[in-house]
Ligand binder design. Structure first.
Ligand code: NAD
Length: 255
């Protein structure tokens, strides 16, 4: 392993959506990329599509809800590429339900993926980054829901708010190891997760566009650009922060 090797980024939930967009951007930025996803075949397919552009990309099947799998995912990344410089905790699910009806199983699954998984992936990556000795960068994909409450999303919102505070704790704890930890919080983004809610009528697109000062949903590229900045040396003195990619959603309190 030498400093001339390309830097390596590991992205969870990168088979599609925001994670895939981040993978494409970090490949363009010169990173070798590991695409981790619970849907192993989809991860392999995505990696194959991106590798067609000549990029150093690999895939691994991982359920981030399983701490042992998080550790194994980091090990596989280091076995494949020799080092780990960036972890993007992006994997997530969305399952809106009335709070009076949420089952214990659904509650636990959401917290296991969206909060516990972020911690155990960060812990596994942090151990590797400390052992390497030159540090690294972790970016947690949160949401405007780390700040803004939506009905029927208690577990999702609680998890995202938890990750926002987890980001601060890990940032101050691991600063001495030269590990920076930040969060990127998108508003509604044009992915399958959002399209499902639009198709079901849960999200009214016209009303939502009017509620966002910049008048549109976020694109995957908008989110990937923020991640690209935060992992770069241009953000060398930024840690413990949440950067909202929301078109002004959180700033707007008029109605
Ligand atoms: N789409 C939005 O509007 C929006 C807004 C704010 C935040 N986010 C967050 O961005 C992240 C990505 O969302 P998206 O819209 O791209 O969703 P998506 O559903 O399009 O993609 C999520 C990916 O995560 C994978 N995944 C799910 N559970 C997993 C697990 N246990 N282990 C590993 N991989 C798993 C899925 O297979 C999928 O490939 C999520 O954390 C989500 O909460 C999304």
């Amino acid at each position: 392993m030498t400093f001339t090797d390309p830097k390596v980024a590991l992205i969870t939930g990168a088979a599609r959506g925001i994670g895939r967009g981040i993978a494409e951007q970090l490949l363009a930025d010169g990173y070798a990329v590991m695409i981790a996803d619970i849907r192993g075949e989809a991860a392999v397919q995505t990696a194959a599509e991106l590798a067609a552009h000549g990029a150093a990309v690999a895939a691994c099947q991982t359920d981030v809800a399983d701490p042992a799998a998080c550790q194994a995912m980091v090990q596989r990344t280091v076995e494949r590429f020799g080092r780990l410089d960036v972890l993007v905790n992006n994997a997530g699910i969305s399952k809106p339900q009335p709070s009076l009806e949420v089952s214990a199983e659904d509650w636990r699954r959401m917290i296991d993926i969206q909060l516990n998984g972020v911690f155990f992936c960060a812990q596994a990556a942090g151990r590797q980054m400390v052992a390497q000795g030159w540090g690294g960068v972790i970016v947690n994909i949160t949401s405007i829901n780390a700040e803004a409450a939506f009905p029927q999303r208690a577990s999702y919102v609680a998890a995202k708010a938890g990750v926002q505070m987890l980001t601060k704790v890990l940032a101050i704890e691991w600063a001495e190891h030269k590990i920076r930890v930040n969060a990127v919080g998108p508003a509604h983004t044009e992915t399958e997760m959002t399209l499902q809610h639009i198709r079901s009528g849960r999200i009214q697109l016209d009303a939502l566009r009017k509620r966002i000062p910049l008048g549109r949903l976020a694109t995957v590229q908008d989110v990937a650009n923020a991640v690209s900045f935060l992992v770069s040396d241009k953000a060398n003195f930024i840690t413990g922060q949440s950067l909202y990619v929301d078109g002004g959603y959180l700033a707007f309190g008029y109605w």
